[in-house]
Design a protein around this ligand. Sequence first.
Ligand code: ADP
Ligand code: MG
Length: 313
Amino acid sequence: MLSVKVQAKWYTDSQGIMGTNIHTEIWSDDPKLGEQAVAAVMDEMERINQLMSPYIEQSELSKLNRQASASPVKVSKEMFDLVTLSVGLSEETQGAFDITFASVGYLYDYRQNQKPDQETINQLLEAVNYCHIRLDTANQTIYFSHPKVKIDLGGIAKGHGVDNALSILKSMGIEHALVTAGGDTGLLGDRRGRPWTVGIRDPRNKDKQAVILPLENIAMSTSGDYERYFEQDGQRYHHILSPKSGKSVYEVQSVTIIGPDSTLNDALSTAVFVMGVQQGIDLINRTPGYDVLIVDNQRRLHHSKDFYTLTSH
Ligand code: ADP
Ligand code: MG
């Protein structure tokens, strides 16, 4: 009895995968299972990275971007389903969430302080349109109906990874776990008798929390203009782009979505960031089970009608 009690504990790990920090905390009373569960989370994230990274030449995504403008490309069911979901979300967000943003977006390099000039943006902007993505369900193929289309799943893949990781943990019999991929967090159960506390950071101070929420059995994603950016001539060039202009949007500093599905949270946080306060809150108010908290560019807080908070300072 005693040895079982001693071995029951939290198993944790953090690793840099998918260009972000992956962190997990898993409760197990079996050390072997605890360690296997942690490894399974990291393996799943790495598997998705190999499939969906635009920086890996052999990834399925890179292959699509090289070939799908020439002829339809047969893809995995996972890729087909995620692209199909993304296109559906473009329709529901009036084009604010659009994975073809990458047709222009790939020319930004936030580490090298590089951005496309206006003339280049103008030339490529017509390739930014989810209607160019042709999905053939029967053959599971994807075709781009414009020669300059590129797609990027950076606004949805981490949430997908979190959902997958949580399903794997559940299938292993785990009942209490946290999985975080950058701004995307998923929670299995509670923190053993009390809720998890998940923070939303102050967009302009990484050591300060703007809000702390007690949550269980739910997921939360934050999109911020501080994750990837550089500054030039007093302007912040960050990684969330308006598909209409091909440039960063400035109405808000961060958007947090809370809801049951991490994949949707991830995409919706990016979408609401682009849509801004009014349109974004209207969208989430129409989406049952989902809530939003926005920090606008004056650092004011806005939230959907059912949002609740434990502490806010
Ligand atoms: P992070 O967790 O890295 O902050 P977000 O959920 O905020 O990610 O999404 C930002 C990422 O989404 C960008 O790095 C880019 O890959 C992608 N992205 C940027 N603008 C859009 C857009 N309008 N529609 C879909 N994806 C986008
Ligand atoms: Mg997102």
